[in-house]
Design a protein around this ligand. Structure first.
Ligand SMILES: [Zn+2]
Length: 309
């Protein structure tokens, strides 16, 4: 038998997660506050997410019987509560994604700590959610961010590109699980129109081919395929059809674990990874001891949802 590169539950060959970053207007408000005071055009482009995109995505996920992960900034929760509530009530995982989509490169450690407390407070107060996971806005991560996440009780981060299977990011309080992302699997650089940018709006057929090829190759490599989409970008009609076609393609492969970022992180933290994927010295005894050799552990079904944090 050929050794697998990363062992997934029940002998699955790879994992696949559909994730959605529900930014709405928040990123625009943070990056271009002056323009955001006058440009109804830019605001409305992003309001397509809460107004149309989210519900299209929820209907698609319902039809496909898939549970997904939504990363939601505090600002979006406060200003588009009903859409967020529908995401929560449909049983999808909700992760943290900044407050007003603050790019962490603009924040010092103290500011980042304050923003972290604000977003957690908003998620708890409005949605009753204590997120297990965090995705930094624009995938912008400071060197101190993993420690901050650990201090605030996060199980995992999903913003880094250092591997294509889950891995450990060291912190002073033990490892933080990373559920990695990559630009190739992000809808924004492919589909968003930005004046002056070099990219043209991509043909959904070409994107289906790109994502299908990446999935097929990652599946052979026992990878963790994490797709990142935005409701205001991928909520457009032909792109919902693309996601539908992509899942149909992926379901033809044998042994794919369709899951959420949280379930991937829980699996990883339970200690199944081979030595080359995690430094043993940083592995916390409490998370690994009782479950070593957990390769055959049963998969948690979507219905068997765990309490957060
Ligand atoms: Zn975002």
């Amino acid at each position: 038998m050929i050794a697998v590169r990363y062992p997934w539950p029940e002998g699955k060959k790879s994992a696949a997660v559909l994730s959605f970053d529900f930014d709405a207007e928040s990123g625009f408000l943070f990056r271009e506050p002056e323009k955001a005071r006058r440009s109804l055009g830019d605001l409305e482009e992003r309001r397509f997410g809460p107004r149309v995109g989210v519900d299209r995505i929820l209907r698609l996920l319902d039809r496909l019987k898939l549970r997904a992960t939504f990363f939601i900034p505090g600002w979006t929760v406060e200003h588009h509560f009903e859409a967020c509530r529908r995401i929560r009530d449909a049983g999808h995982e909700i992760g943290a994604h900044g407050n007003v989509h603050e790019a962490l490169g603009f924040l010092d450690e103290e500011q980042e700590e304050r923003v972290m407390r604000e977003q957690l407070e908003i998620l708890a107060r409005h949605l009753g959610v204590r997120p297990a996971g965090y995705r930094s806005p624009s995938w912008d991560v400071n060197v101190w961010t993993p420690d901050l996440l650990k201090r605030h009780g996060f199980l995992y981060d999903s913003s880094l590109m250092g591997n294509d299977v889950p891995y450990d990011v060291p912190t002073t309080q033990g490892p933080l699980t990373e559920v990695p992302v990559q630009w190739l699997l992000d809808d924004a650089p492919l589909f968003r129109h930005v004046y002056g940018a070099t990219n043209a709006i991509a043909d959904p057929g070409r994107v289906l081919q790109m994502w299908s090829k990446e999935f097929a190759a990652m599946h052979e490599e026992n990878g963790c395929f994490v797709l990142t989409c935005h409701p205001f970008v991928s909520g457009r009609a032909s792109r919902i059809a693309l996601l539908d076609d992509l899942v149909t393609f992926m379901r033809r492969a044998r042994g794919v674990w369709f899951t959420t970022c949280e379930e991937v992180a829980r699996w990883h933290a339970s200690g199944p990874a081979p030595a080359n994927a995690r430094p043993a010295a940083t592995r916390p005894a409490s998370a690994s001891g009782a479950r070593s050799g957990a390769r055959g552990r049963r998969r948690r079904s979507p219905a068997n949802r765990r309490g957060r944090g």
